[in-house]
Design a protein around this ligand. Structure first.
Ligand code: NAP
Ligand code: ZN
Length: 388
């Protein structure tokens, strides 16, 4: 295995999974950096002779457009468990999960314009994209075929990306979100994934019109934020859940208008044909037919949850009534900033349980059992210590 601690000058510390058990433990590694010539500022220097010129190559911690961030909080998304356990395949170990990262800028490159040292910022699921394809040109970096994820991608310089369960992070300014002053850092962190992943499809599929009836399936991290955005858009919201125990809170606290227990056929039948759209955030395999039957003609079922097993596709309810099934993955940087600003204006944050770094393995176990109201957030700034 490569020695991740010695490769680069930006030393970092975090927690990583080393194998498919997904168990996380302390991990020393290093962050990417970029080279710049003739800038004798810091770090190690290498001297080269090229065309009779003396070249001083300086390994800088931060490239021209890079922002270095001290991580303060990081949400725990269900996707982190898939990354840590190789649930979807493709994980490269060690895996440092975390893509709902909020922190403070500690250093900026010479050409950074968006933020300055001391600013609060966020980094979500996307850490890089080609910036020139059709998707990037349409502000949809999240669909760029060459996108780089905050966790588990091979970055353009060949280094593996490590996520936000760590003390420091380096990101190109394009992929950094400016943090509104009035938005709490801990409860706001989950918006960087759960928020944009639900806001974006509600907007894109036209499910944001006042008076519409929207279903939200799965009242977890994504689902509870979806309820808040859908209510802020002025729609009528029904939560569709396996957990009857969440009913009272969904209505009284989250502001849902009604609640269906998805495993209760009578309740589901009584609501048939009433919804304009449904956002499905469920992380496990589940039947789609009962959900499709809830839709009106032309209704849309949008999948954002990503179960590890393929779902069965019932065709008749699509043909009968021109119902549509679609999907949506996180969101572009412009829309993510728009969503964060909208959340700040409308006082939308996640309901969070803030936990110390060393609680992460227990948090994963509880998340698997849908035992969290509704998002764990790691208090990285106060609890990530090398002695952990
Ligand atoms: P989460 O907090 O665990 O919420 C998932 C919810 O699904 C649970 O709270 C539970 O809600 C419901 N559920 C769980 N198991 C179920 C089962 N067997 N049958 C029916 N319902 C079940 O997870 P999350 O962080 O919100 O993430 C949800 C999914 O979205 C994950 O698959 C994640 O990987 C994916 N995701 C996708 C994107 C994207 O870009 N599309 C972004 C982030 C996450 P109830 O108790 O209410 O039933
Ligand atoms: Zn996520």
């Amino acid at each position: 295995m490569a020695n991740f601690a010695d490769e680069h000058p930006v030393k970092a510390f975090g927690w990583a999974a080393r194998d498919t058990s997904g168990h996380l433990s302390p991990f020393n590694f290093s962050r990417r950096y970029s080279f710049s010539f003739f800038t004798i500022q810091r770090q190690q220097q290498h001297v080269y002779i090229f065309n009779q010129h003396l070249l001083v190559l300086v390994e800088r911690a931060t490239g021209e457009k890079d922002v270095r961030i001290k991580v303060l909080y990081c949400g725990i998304c269900h996707t982190d468990i898939q990354n840590a356990t190789n649930g979807w395949g493709g994980s490269t170990y060690p895996v440092v999960p975390g893509h709902e990262v909020v922190g403070e800028v500690t250093e900026v490159g010479s050409k950074v314009e968006k933020v300055k040292a001391g600013d609060k910022v966020g980094v979500g699921y996307i850490l890089g994209s080609c910036r020139s394809c059709d998707d990037c040109s349409s502000d949809l970096e999240s669909y760029c075929p060459q996108q780089k994820l905050t966790c588990g991608s091979v970055y353009y310089d060949g280094t593996l990306t490590f996520g936000g369960y760590s003390d420091t992070l380096v990101a190109d300014e394009h992929f950094v979100i400016r943090w509104p002053e009035n938005l709490p850092l801990d409860a706001g962190a989950p918006l960087l994934c759960a928020g944009i992943t639900t806001y974006s499809p509600l907007k894109h599929f036209g499910l944001d019109k006042p008076g519409m009836h929207i279903g939200v399936v799965g009242l977890g991290g994504l689902g509870h934020v979806a309820v808040k955005f859908a209510k802020a858009f002025g729609t009528k919201v029904t939560v569709i859940s396996t957990s009857l125990a969440k009913k009272q809170e969904a209505i009284e606290h989250l502001g849902a208008d009604s609640f269906l227990v998805s495993r209760n056929p009578e309740e589901m039948q009584a609501a048939a044909g009433t919804m304009d759209g449904i956002l499905d955030t469920v992380s496990a395999a589940h039947p789609l037919l009962p959900l499709l039957m809830l839709l009106k003609s032309h209704g849309k079922l949008v999948l954002v949850g990503v179960p590890t097993k393929a779902l069965e596709l019932p065709v008749y309810p699509l043909v009968q009534g021109r119902r549509v099934i679609g999907g949506s993955g996180t969101g572009g940087m412009k829309e993510t900033q728009e969503m964060i600003d909208f959340a700040a204006e409308n006082n939308i944050v996640a309901d969070v349980e803030v936990v110390p770094m060393e609680y992460v393995n227990t948090a994963y176990e509880r998340l698997e059992k849908a035992d969290v109201r509704y998002r764990f957030v790691l208090d990285i700034g106060n609890t990530l210590t090398k002695s952990a």
